[in-house]
Design a protein around this ligand. Sequence first.
Ligand SMILES: Cc1cc2nc3c(=O)[nH]c(=O)nc-3n(C[C@H](O)[C@H](O)[C@H](O)COP(=O)(O)OP(=O)(O)OC[C@H]3O[C@@H](n4cnc5c(N)ncnc54)[C@H](O)[C@@H]3O)c2cc1C
Ligand code: SF4
Length: 514
Amino acid sequence: MSFDVIVIGTGAGGGTLARALAPGGLKVLLIERGDFLPREKANWRADEVFRRHRYHNAEPWLDGAGRPFQPVCGYHVGGDTRLYGAAVLRRRESDFDTVRHAGGDTVAWPIRYADLAPYYDVAERWYFAHGLRGEDPTEPEAAAFPGPPFRHDPAIEEVFLRLRDIGLHPFHLPLALHLDEARRERSPCIRCDTCDGFPCLVAGKGDAEMCGVRPALAHPNVTLRTGLKAVRLETSGDGRRVVAVCCEGGGATESFRGRVVVVAAGAINSAALLLASASGRHPRGLANGSDQVGRNYMCHINSVMLGLRPGRANGVAFQKTIGVNDFYRESGDPAFPWPLGHVQLLGKVTGEILKAQRPYLPRTFTDWFSGRSVDWWLTTEDLASPANRITLTPSGQIRVACTPNNLEAHHRLIARWRRVLRRIGFPLVFTQTMGIEAVAHQVGTVRFGRDPATSVLDPHCRAHELDNLFVVDGGFMPSISAVNPSLTIMAQALRAAGHIRARFAEGTWAESRA
Ligand SMILES: Cc1cc2nc3c(=O)[nH]c(=O)nc-3n(C[C@H](O)[C@H](O)[C@H](O)COP(=O)(O)OP(=O)(O)OC[C@H]3O[C@@H](n4cnc5c(N)ncnc54)[C@H](O)[C@@H]3O)c2cc1C
Ligand code: SF4
């Protein structure tokens, strides 16, 4: 079967690009290895989500030493946005340049903030972003958010004010939720305590199924095939064009032809697919003349920090409403003149979640604890390193070799935030740093750039070596910044879609239907 555009993967990148390409009649095929995530009560059961890993249905991968681990990610229509915490932040303008960190320098992007700004605007609109401009001193220039900020739960409002009192600049964390607080009876989102890491049972989250794939499928020229895994891309004899996408699903194989092929399988799976598509013309893997495919994997250095204030329960349910960037550009300590990172509230760590993750603790204790804690997510930028890379074993299994870097900055962020929490009235603080299985913020494995010797994709995310191959998931990022990646993936997918449309309009690819 033959299509104008084949999109592999339906997450933040693929789902958004599909919606952008849908109007106008291009024949688009979406290939998704997962299925629609079922709407069921288990969506909101911590035991199912965090202990049984009901929706983390990726196959086990190997770490750098060859030990298997279960990645915390899933294959579903909408990709990992079905599980995400819906924090949607723009990169800071300085994140597009080289940034000096304690652990080394970041790689500058081939585009500027201004190139992406109009696409951020659209992504915020499509994904129901709510927030308040002007509170975050590091935030780039932009029009008002499509929706007003969500109000804080009362105990969180108190935290917000105390942070201000000690001279920090907390801001309303931008969130992609389908909620109009003035008309709650008409809004799907109910401000619950099972959002971050859970699928939304009531379709209230601005995820890529609701805001990308479903609107795309409203157009008759768009077809979605689920349960189909793209396993190999075949090229023309000269190796300059992808001519077939070979898939496996339901015990059968199928192949599809497209004028343009867009890979959006997530940074790790996209690299794996290109590596698995090695051929005589592309012996190291497709589009891999630079030997950069799979390298420079980044995922943030992340820690969870629970601040506990014994006493009366705080009544917090909808928790993820504060961000803090006071240590984003520099630590504030002259002895350490480098960035530390970004801090945001986590979705509520309920007693049920604590119990799911620490089954040996009695439920009475986890309920008591979570009723008095306020829970944070601390993020430090990790740096591109060629040795942090995705490879395939001879049998095709994914291997993620990753030695975390820039760790001193993260340790200092932890120490700094612990002091902040104590100052604002949380005498007990508990911290846990994420391990290799926390692949949520995976990026960097097929980075874009101007120089084909050091990058895989051009600034529009087209492969330097193939005329009709694009990659539009998190893989394109040469540096990750310290803010969550989704909104940037969506914005760049929109930018790539605009480029693909323009090239079709010019007549590029007119003759290339294989
Ligand atoms: C628990 C959790 C919380 C998060 N919270 C946030 C947050 O608050 N804010 C934020 O910005 N980000 C958050 N993220 C990260 C965010 O979800 C990802 O950055 C984003 O989804 C990545 O988009 P993507 O297009 O690169 O990949 P994905 O969204 O993962 O999409 C990839 C798609 O490709 C499909 N696929 C993979 N391989 C193949 C193949 N071979 N053939 C066909 N299909 C394939 C997958 O099934 C999937 O649908 C979170 C992630 C998790 C897991
Ligand atoms: S907070 Fe809103 S969007 Fe999130 S899971 Fe609850 S109802 Fe859904």
